[in-house]
Design a protein around this ligand. Structure first.
Ligand SMILES: Cc1ncc(C[n+]2csc(CCOP(=O)(O)OP(=O)(O)O)c2C)c(N)n1
Ligand SMILES: [Mg+2]
Length: 370
């Protein structure tokens, strides 16, 4: 016995991730028995598939809208739709989501209006939706900063006697940030009801995972903070939903945070501004194509008699309709007043800010006069 160690040997082991990521439906669409996790219900799986088909269509539509100059930037989650959908569908209405720039599909799956979601990536306003209305924080671009905010919201909810759980998303690269460490440490020490879901898509722009960490897996980091770490197949909607649902229940029951690492792959370039061919071989991408989360789910549902061509057509029709809403909405020009850039920075603008606002106003006036 080590009296200085508060956690027993068994619970230490329980904090370590399994050797292989949890998988309930393999890449061939075949169900895999698992001792710990049960397959979600047929209804949940069909809802997940529907959401993923719509999510894929929106991902691809937004990438096209960037090329047409209608969106400033779009970090696509093509191939990561299972992570986006499974985690959000596991949340209750009272819960909160803290997404990153890559989690647009998760934000939409939470019920945020499609066009309101795209405001930030279009660059027309700081965030287009009311975070408190949807219980979705603005999509964070500064890596890992949202994790600290997520823990703060979770801790505040506990202090107020609420049963809220917070789902905090981040990428593999974000785990190298100091904020990641501080957020996980605080969450564990204060037993905050947070589920950290790391979408390990193998790259942080051009930096591959092996240049990011020497840990056996990202989920292994959990034991260092005193919370369980779980590895899950990030292209398996069923496994993700089972794992995240359990982590949420555990947090809601007062058992503290969990770190979930989803193994997936960034199929497209980091954003439209990136050329992935400069740092990775196309053969690596090709290898991941058959592992696609939509293909395996379609095979499983079809074999289980839960999906036929009529339902498939219906879902595709819905996906096309949502893509059309985005196209039409984003094809409309917006009237912008550049002066509003200076609003909402500080409640009382600083002298520097006032000076910059005056400079801009002067410049615009002179441009108009020309
Ligand atoms: C604090 C901070 N440092 C650097 C950047 C620049 N940056 C933007 S995305 C990115 C890579 C992040 O990779 P990862 O966390 O794996 O997420 P992914 O883009 O793969 O979803 C970097 C370094 C940033 N946004 N914020
Ligand atoms: Mg990444």
């Amino acid at each position: 016995m080590r009296p200085d160690v508060a956690i027993g040997e068994l619970s230490e082991r329980a904090m370590l991730p399994s050797e292989h990521p949890v998988c309930l439906i393999d890449e061939n669409g075949r169900p895999q028995p698992d001792r710990r996790y049960a397959l979600p219900s047929a209804e949940q799986l069909v809802a997940g598939y529907r959401g993923m088909v719509i999510g894929r269509r929106i991902n691809d539509q937004c990438s096209a809208l960037v090329r047409q100059g209608r969106l400033a930037v779009y970090p696509s989650s093509h191939g990561q739709e299972a992570c986006q959908l499974a985690s959000v569908l596991a949340l209750g209405d009272e819960d909160w989501l803290f997404p990153t720039y890559r989690d647009t599909i998760a934000v939409m799956a939470r019920g945020v209006d499609l066009l309101e979601t795209m405001v930030l990536l279009r660059g027309t306003w700081h965030s287009g939706y009311d975070p408190t209305k949807y219980r979705v924080a603005p999509q964070a671009t500064p890596l890992a900063t949202q994790l600290l905010h997520a823990v703060g919201v979770a801790h505040a909810a506990t202090l107020q006697g609420q049963k809220t759980v917070v789902l905090a998303l981040c990428g593999d690269g974000a785990t190298s940030e100091g904020d990641f460490h501080e957020a996980l440490n605080f969450a564990a020490v204060f037993n905050a009801p947070v589920v950290f879901l790391v979408q390990n898509n193998q790259y942080a722009i051009s930096v591959p995972l092996h240049r990011q960490t020497k840990a056996p897996s990202l989920a292994h980091k959990a034991i260092g903070y005193g919370m369980p770490g779980v590895r899950v197949d990030g292209n398996d909607f069923a496994a993700l939903q089972a794992v995240v649902t359990e982590a949420i229940s555990s947090a809601r029951a007062g058992q503290g945070p969990t770190l979930v690492e989803a193994h997936t792959y960034r199929i497209e370039a980091h954003t439209n501004a990136d050329d992935a061919a400069r740092y990775r071989d196309q053969s690596e991408v090709t290898e991941w194509i058959p592992k696609d989360p939509l293909i395996r789910m379609k095979t499983y549902l079809t074999d289980a008699g839960l999906l036929d061509s009529d339902l498939q057509k219906l879902i595709e029709h819905e996906a096309n309709e949502q893509a059309a809403v985005l196209r039409h909405g984003l094809n409309k020009d917006v009237e912008l007043d550049p002066a509003v850039l200076f609003e909402h920075v500080y409640s009382v603008p600083t002298p520097q800010l006032r000076e910059q606002a005056a400079l801009l106003a002067d410049e615009l006036e002179r441009e108009d006069a020309q």
